[in-house]
Write a protein that binds this ligand. Structure first.
Ligand SMILES: C[S@@+](CC[C@H](N)C(=O)[O-])C[C@H]1O[C@@H](n2cnc3c(N)ncnc32)[C@H](O)[C@@H]1O
Length: 273
């Protein structure tokens, strides 16, 4: 599962905020609503495998489960109404457990360290999104990530203390809106998933490991990851033996055209069958 946790530093924790003034008196709940939209909506549906978490003023934890949420619409006002409803349910509850306010939305009083404890106990792997982190392109994303972002403000000192042990990754030097950072994160993870699930495609066949290595190194210089498939190990069978040392050069579907162009430009017409 993919999760997001957005820290809302000024967001109201009382249900009496006005839906007519989300950026003002409600404490930038508009930023949180856009982040909810960016994390959960597709063009014509909801991402079922996403959970969006809000932490309001380091004291109220709201969870929105993509698989179960109902009545969530792309507009900020109706999303804010669901948050308002959650805060009302919390105010009226005396339970020590998460309170379900509407289908797919739960709420509970928790601080950031408590939220992190809960998420870690559910095997989520925290990753902080920060302009000054390690470049996202170099990062090996784990299976069950939770991306932690701030709202319109910087992470506070208390946030930074609680998050100090987790990796920080950057989507570039420019400071983006929270919702923009979420959209780019989805894009990166969607691409990785597509690559993981796609069958590799044959772009060329050569005879012998040395020549294959030249081509593979060149493709890798152009940022094209390559898999090679050999008919038989060349150290065991002499390359002169027909078919014994054939090396098949395989790439991701999205790299096929580029790889074939490079092979044709630098070496020879690719053998594709
Ligand atoms: C509006 S920014 C926070 C304030 C921002 N540091 C500023 O200078 O205005 C919202 C959040 O989105 C995430 N974010 C924004 N730009 C980012 C980037 N280039 N790389 C990674 N995360 C980013 C961070 O979590 C950040 O705290």
């Amino acid at each position: 599962m993919r999760r997001f946790l957005i820290l809302g530093h000024k967001a109201s924790i009382e249900p009496d905020f006005s839906l007519n003034d989300l950026p003002g008196a409600a404490g930038r709940i508009d930023v949180l609503c856009r982040a909810i939209g960016a994390s959960l909506f597709l063009s014509h549906g909801i991402r079922n495998d996403v959970e969006t978490n809000l932490l309001l003023q380091d004291s109220v934890h709201v969870r929105i489960h993509g698989q179960y949420v109902k009545r969530l619409n792309p507009d900020e006002r109706s999303t804010a109404a669901l948050i308002k409803h959650a805060l009302k349910a919390l105010a009226e509850s005396s339970s020590d457990h998460e309170v379900r306010s509407t289908p797919g939305i739960t709420v509970m009083r928790r601080s950031l360290p408590e939220v992190l404890d809960v998420l870690l106990s559910e095997n989520a792997v925290p990753i902080v999104l920060h302009e000054e982190g390690e470049p996202a392109e170099m990062f090996a994303f784990p299976e069950n990530p939770i991306f932690i972002l701030s709202d319109h403000a910087e992470f506070s000192e208390t946030d930074q203390l609680a998050l100090a042990d987790f990796p920080r990754i950057s989507l570039g030097a420019k400071a983006l809106h929270t919702s923009q950072a979420i959209t780019i994160t989805h894009y990166l993870l969607d691409r990785l998933e597509e690559d993981r699930n796609a069958d590799l495609v044959l772009v060329h066949k050569v005879w012998g490991e040395p020549k294959a290595q030249l081509i593979i190194s060149l493709l890798e210089d152009f940022d094209i990851p390559v898999n090679r498939m050999m008919q038989a190990p060349p150290s065991v069978y002499p390359m002169a033996l027909d078919g014994m040392a054939e090396v098949r050069i395989m790439v991701r579907p999205r790299d096929v055209d580029k790889a074939r162009r490079i092979i044709a430009d630098y070496f020879e017409t690719p053998v594709e069958k």
